[in-house]
Design a protein around this ligand. Sequence first.
Ligand SMILES: NC(=O)c1ccc[n+]([C@@H]2O[C@H](COP(=O)([O-])OP(=O)(O)OC[C@H]3O[C@@H](n4cnc5c(N)ncnc54)[C@H](O)[C@@H]3O)[C@@H](O)[C@H]2O)c1
Length: 328
Amino acid sequence: MALVDWSKRYGLFFHRVRVLVTGGAGFIGSHLVEALAGLGAGVVVLDDLSGGSRSNVESFPLADLRIGSILDVELLRRAMRDCRYVFHQAALGSVPRSVEQPRAYHQANATGTLNVLEAARETGVRRVMFAASSSAYGNSEQLPKIESMPPLPASPYAANKVAGEALMRAYANSYNLDTVSLRYFNIFGPRQNANSAYAAVIAAFAKALLSGQRPTIYGDGEQSRDFTFVENAVHANLLAARHETPLQGEVLNVACGQRITVNELAMKMAQSLGRPDLTPAHAADRAGDVKHSLADLSLINQTLGYQPIVPFGDGLDQTMNWYRTAGV
Ligand SMILES: NC(=O)c1ccc[n+]([C@@H]2O[C@H](COP(=O)([O-])OP(=O)(O)OC[C@H]3O[C@@H](n4cnc5c(N)ncnc54)[C@H](O)[C@@H]3O)[C@@H](O)[C@H]2O)c1
């Protein structure tokens, strides 16, 4: 159950509009699919199910579900036919795994993004929204993170995402294709995969707490993040698609604009799941982890009129309810 009434915000704007969501069977992609299908869009999903699953989208009315890769240029072109907007979410997502498999990551995330842009150019898509990442800011300690800071990718994954941003800008400039890069900060919510060695922190804590184990915190837990409920990321994408004047590869932060420490997070989650006895266990710091992350939201606010629409606490409650009922 969405916390946001999308039709109140977007009315008939997406009604009968054909759109492609790459990676639509994944966590964030499936929330975009849910919102767009609810708004009456003809939603095409292209996903190779390497990280997502059919069950994430099978309850939504889809125009088409194509199982396959964005590395299959012909399939991508067919999936994009007659689409007005492309929400490019498909990617391999783990920073540590990208360090182990830089070539596979470059293929899926950088070459895959080039393929999406080429197909968009060939099929006459009106605008491409790209799922960029706050990892572009690297280990810089400056807070808040503002888009004018130089990108400092510290992993192959971050480098792929910066390459994707550069391609978005280059295609706007070279081919007049409308594009925008949305730099997501720590997105969380229902359907985020908890069953991976590389699970994001909220999913990993939920899994530990629901199986009666203490969550593990790396370091002293005073590190903080701008945790962002997934419907805020959906909102940023829909605002970008609806934007009236051309977008030319702008890079925009998408976040909540608020910092929560990992200690606070663990405490709130343990309370919410009725296990305040499961206090966190602390392990050694993970090399390369940034201490704090917080987004400056002025640029996305000026450009798209974006403000977070679901506060952290409401999003966390909804997410805990989901893990409790759907299981992890
Ligand atoms: N979750 C976050 O906090 C976060 C932060 C920054 C950026 N992002 C980006 O947002 C996007 C969505 O992330 P998510 O958290 O929903 O991850 P996810 O793994 O749940 O979703 C990614 C989807 O892409 C699919 N996919 C991977 N490679 C593919 C390929 N070659 N062809 C077709 N489909 C492919 C996967 O099967 C999966 O369904 C990704 O691009 C990710 O890099 C996420």
